[in-house]
Design a protein around this ligand. Structure first.
Ligand code: AMP
Ligand code: ZN
Length: 457
């Protein structure tokens, strides 16, 4: 299996540290608002990665965090805590905000049939782990403190910026905002912050009543569950220059080690060429899509048209195509489930090999889908193909095994026409029967005569 590693900027053969279990961490959501479908793309990528690893026979120990404290409106410690801001906006307690949006997020990922990580860890439930982690970094000499904040001193590292390959000096030259004058270097970041009076989320600690910096939670919680060296870390590409650089810095300060072998990042969902984001006010949620007539799995299908490392543009045309594709896939699956023909093992093996080759080439879903379509469209109707499509669905996660076509309720006028036509036929009134048939056809139905009477499609 080959995956692209942001750390080495190469597609590499995946080799887990332990042969039987893959240890993996994904940066999860900040639960201060509804997730938009751009955010959800990052978790669809996470889902595909999980499923492909499982398809290759690996067991997983996968952690995803839920950020419910400490994430400032800017990733670089400027602005205010997103949870506090949301609490003010909605006139609620930040804990209520976190509970509400976390529940909603988990519902959204379930609707997308995203395979949930084994461990979902909330930042506010791991404050003790974070405090111990900070104390060790302080003990190891990688920090300095101002009156209100314990900062990580990035100049203590041999190199800061291993993922994005940036130097501290470059950041200074390119910086747009004046950084907090109390920081020694622009890339230094807050680990532990004294809570101002109005900050409701606060914990008694070695530094007074404090709350943790955002970056700290991922290092501390991944350490707690996965140790100081694990296999894969995922996130969005926006995490590369700050959040993940800071995680690497913290781990070096804590254990002296680069914590992760493979860093993987998902690219953005665009709308009209711009990133979908709250600040640009161009976002859609899963609920918005439902109102537009797209079930959640249509959005999943839409994502399979591009590789996770490429940007993808959200358009109504593309969503309409994905909607048609999903129903064709379901129809094809049902067609094969009614099949009686046998297919040779060689033919099945050949499709399996092509599918495996595609997904193992850095999760190449567009290529894998072309194999799925070849099977779906195969004119030989066979249960062997049905089984094969179900096997592929272990990776796609479209829930085909539970798929049943909806029972369609016919509009009342159509039901009435059918009733009249059945009566006309019983009375051998063929002219009236033909007239009613034509009326049904005009309404867009095909009409069949069966022993049970008129059947429309
Ligand atoms: P947040 O909850 O704001 O911390 O973001 C959660 C995840 O959504 C992060 O991994 C971001 O990289 C990702 N994300 C945000 N906007 C987009 C977008 N337009 N397309 C894809 N991923 C995004
Ligand atoms: Zn993180």
């Amino acid at each position: 299996m080959k995956i692209y590693n942001t750390l080495t900027r190469e597609k590499e053969e995946f080799k887990p540290i332990d042969s039987d279990i893959v240890k993996m961490y994904s940066c999860g959501p900040t639960v201060y608002n509804f997730a938009h479908i751009g955010n959800l793309r990052a978790y669809l990528f996470m889902d595909t990665l999980r499923r492909v690893l499982k398809y290759n026979g690996y067991k997983l120990k996968h952690v995803m965090n839920i950020t419910d404290v400490g994430h400032m409106t800017s990733d670089q410690d400027e602005g205010e805590d997103k949870m506090m801001k949301a609490a003010r906006r909605e006139n609620k307690d930040p804990y209520e905000i976190a509970d509400f949006y976390m529940k909603k997020f988990l519902e959204d990922i379930d609707k997308l049939n995203i395979d949930r990580p084994e461990i979902i860890a909330r930042a506010t439930e791991h404050i003790d782990v974070m405090e111990e982690y900070v104390k060790k970094i302080i003990e190891n000499g990688y920090t300095y403190s101002t009156e209100n904040t314990v900062y990580f001193d990035t100049s203590k590292l041999d190199k800061y910026g291993v993922l994005s390959n940036r130097k501290i000096e470059d950041q200074k030259a390119g910086a747009r905002v004046e950084f907090d004058s109390k920081k020694k270097n622009i890339s230094d970041f807050a680990l532990w912050i004294k809570a101002p009076k109005e900050h409701i989320m606060r914990w008694n600690s070695f530094f007074g009543e404090c709350y943790p910096g955002w970056h700290l939670e991922c290092s501390a919680m991944s350490y707690k569950y996965l140790g100081d060296h694990f296999d894969i870390h995922t996130g969005g590409i926006d995490h590369i220059p700050v959040h993940h650089e800071n995680e690497i810095a913290q781990s070096k300060g804590f254990s002296g080690k680069q914590p992760v072998n493979y860093w993987m990042h998902c690219n953005f969902l665009l709308v009209n060429g711009e990133k979908m984001s709250k600040s640009l006010n161009n976002l859609y949620t899963i609920d918005d899509l439902a109102k537009m007539g797209y079930e959640p799995l249509v959005y999943k299908m839409f994502n399979f048209t591009s590789n996770y490392r490429s940007q993808i543009n959200f358009t109504i045309e593309a969503m309409d195509s994905a909607k048609i594709a999903l129903s064709r896939l379901r129809e094809g699956y049902l067609k094969h489930s009614e099949g009686t023909e046998k297919v040779s093992e060689d033919v099945i093996k050949d499709y399996e090999n092509r599918f495996l080759e595609a997904i193992n080439d850095d999760l190449n879903l567009p290529m894998a889908m072309s194999v799925v379509w070849d099977v779906v469209k195969n004119p030989v109707k066979s249960k062997d193909f049905q089984k094969l499509i179900l096997k592929f669905d272990e990776v796609l996660g479209l829930g085909l095994i539970n798929y049943k076509p909806d029972e369609v309720k016919l509009p009342e006028d159509v039901q009435e026409l059918i009733k009249l036509r059945n009566e006309a036929r019983r009375n051998k009134n063929w002219a009236e029967s033909d007239r009613l048939r034509d009326e049904l056809i005009k309404k867009g139905y095909t009409v069949k005569d069966t022993k049970e009477g008129t059947v429309v499609e």
